[in-house]
Design a protein around this ligand. Structure first.
Ligand SMILES: Cc1cc2nc3c(=O)[nH]c(=O)nc-3n(C[C@H](O)[C@H](O)[C@H](O)COP(=O)(O)OP(=O)(O)OC[C@H]3O[C@@H](n4cnc5c(N)ncnc54)[C@H](O)[C@@H]3O)c2cc1C
Length: 411
């Protein structure tokens, strides 16, 4: 069979893989099969500019149709892959078509975690946010609603809350942990973000467990908490995290844990099948992790393409992420895993950096409105240069100078 790559999914990781294949001279067929009706598009604006109505759906698409035609990348939209036959090396779609492959790439992404029907009772006005279709629904609902309850104090919930507050709505964020951003950031970052929301007028309830919804004429009317509080609501956004889309891989007998398990080259337990992006669990710092971010989707998609091209490069990422809330850009460089200390550094009024350390060495930093520190940290972590806590504490320490000398490219 002629070389031929089939990619399941048409998201950020799929696009990155397909483009890298073509840019590196891959001559076989490249086919992307996606179940959504759009060309590959960006998700981050769905909780930011798109939700505010500042941009349109066609502007979210990474590349126009002509680009794909010119690059010789086939994008099949509305095409859900329902099974993988590893013996025959082919996949089948819900409309009964089958596509054979020499290499298969799974970039099935993740989906919004939902609450059980026994809790939502099919009430109108309880929404999640993942796709353009979800964002359109949310936008329409926001136009009519006055009282919004956001379940979950993660990035998506906080971003939507900030948009809704700015639209003049009364917004309550319900978080079952003792603070927001529990899974992804330390206490100082979370405190600063909570302060920001409260300053703009949102209400944040922590240690607050949702128990039920009340409804009126089939529409949500309130959210009940374990404490006995009933929060009136015309609209509820359930933003309680993402779940990797692993079912296709699991049914095909691939190794699956919290995601589709891959090695440092993006290869699954089948040598002809790769996975990248939100759906993939990869080795990092002695464990398997899964990252839902643009950086990860882009870079891991590229790593998979390299492996397919026969020039494998290990995936050793310096993760980075951003989130926009009100007038604040929160950025993260590195991964705050197993840290034992956090140091807050305020560079200028309104700009803060929260450095995470393990054994005295910086492993990650969250910054608020401090893009310079964010970029410097990415260079430091990328160059594997040690940055000790004592250094950051020195009054005359200049991070930019340190980057220029210690993390300067060699050769
Ligand atoms: C509202 C929102 C805001 C975000 N904001 C940020 C941000 O500010 N910064 C940041 O770094 N990241 C952000 N992210 C995360 C980022 O968008 C994702 O990490 C990224 O899109 C992952 O890309 P992916 O290609 O792995 O998956 P996806 O973009 O999810 O693409 C996977 C695609 O595969 C399709 N698919 C799944 N199963 C099948 C199948 N069986 N057959 C065919 N198609 C299938 C899915 O429908 C989907 O279209 C945000 C995400 C959301 C939802």
């Amino acid at each position: 069979m002629q070389d031929n790559v089939v990619i399941v999914g048409t998201g950020q990781a799929a696009l990155s893989c397909a483009v890298r294949l073509r840019d590196s001279g891959y001559e076989g067929a490249v086919t992307m099969l996606g179940d959504e009706p759009w060309l590959p598009y960006q998700r981050p604006p769905l909780s930011k500019a798109y939700l505010k109505g500042e941009t349109t759906a066609d502007r979210l698409e990474f590349r126009p149709q002509e680009f794909f035609a010119k690059a010789g990348i086939v994008v099949e939209r509305g095409s859900r892959v329902t099974s993988v036959d590893r013996n025959k090396r082919s996949v089948t779609t819900s409309d009964g078509r089958s596509y054979s492959y020499t290499k298969l790439v799974l970039t099935t992404g993740s989906r919004a975690r939902t609450l059980p029907d026994a809790m939502t009772h099919g009430l109108e006005g309880i929404l999640t946010l993942r796709s353009i279709a979800d964002a359109d629904r949310l936008r329409r609902a926001l136009a009519d609603a006055k009282r919004i309850v956001v379940i979950g104090g993660g990035y998506v919930g906080l971003e939507v809350a900030s948009v809704a507050v700015r639209m003049g709505h009364a917004v309550t964020i319900v978080e079952m942990a003792d603070r927001v951003l529990r899974r992804v950031a330390g206490a100082p970052t979370a405190e600063a973000i909570e302060e920001l929301h409260v300053r703009y007028g949102a209400t944040i309830l922590t240690n607050a467990l949702l128990t039920a919804f009340s409804g009126h004429s089939g529409k949500v009317a309130g959210a009940a908490l374990e404490s006995g509080t009933m929060l009136p609501a015309d609209l509820v956004l359930v933003a309680i995290g993402g779940m990797a889309n692993v079912e296709l891989a699991a049914e095909a007998g691939l190794t699956v844990e919290n995601g589709i398990v891959v090695d440092k080259f993006g290869q699954t337990s089948d040598a002809d099948i790769y996975a990248a992006g939100d759906c993939a669990a990869f080795p990092f710092g002695g464990r398997l992790i899964r990252i839902e971010s643009v950086q990860n989707a882009i870079e891991q998609g590229g790593v998979v393409a390299n492996a397919i091209l026969g020039s494998p490069v290990e995936y050793e990422p310096v993760p980075w992420f951003w989130s926009d809330q009100y007038d604040t850009k929160l950025q993260t460089a590195g991964l705050a895993l197993d840290y034992d200390d956090i140091l807050t550094v305020s560079t200028e009024p309104g700009c803060s950096a929260f450095w995470y350390f393990r054994d005295g060495l910086a492993v990650a930093v969250d910054t608020m409105n401090d893009a310079k520190t964010h970029m410097a940290a990415r260079r430091i972590f990328g160059a594997r240069v040690a940055l000790r806590r004592e250094l950051l504490l020195k009054p005359d320490f200049n991070l930019m100078q340190y980057v220029r000398t210690a993390a300067a490219p060699t050769g």
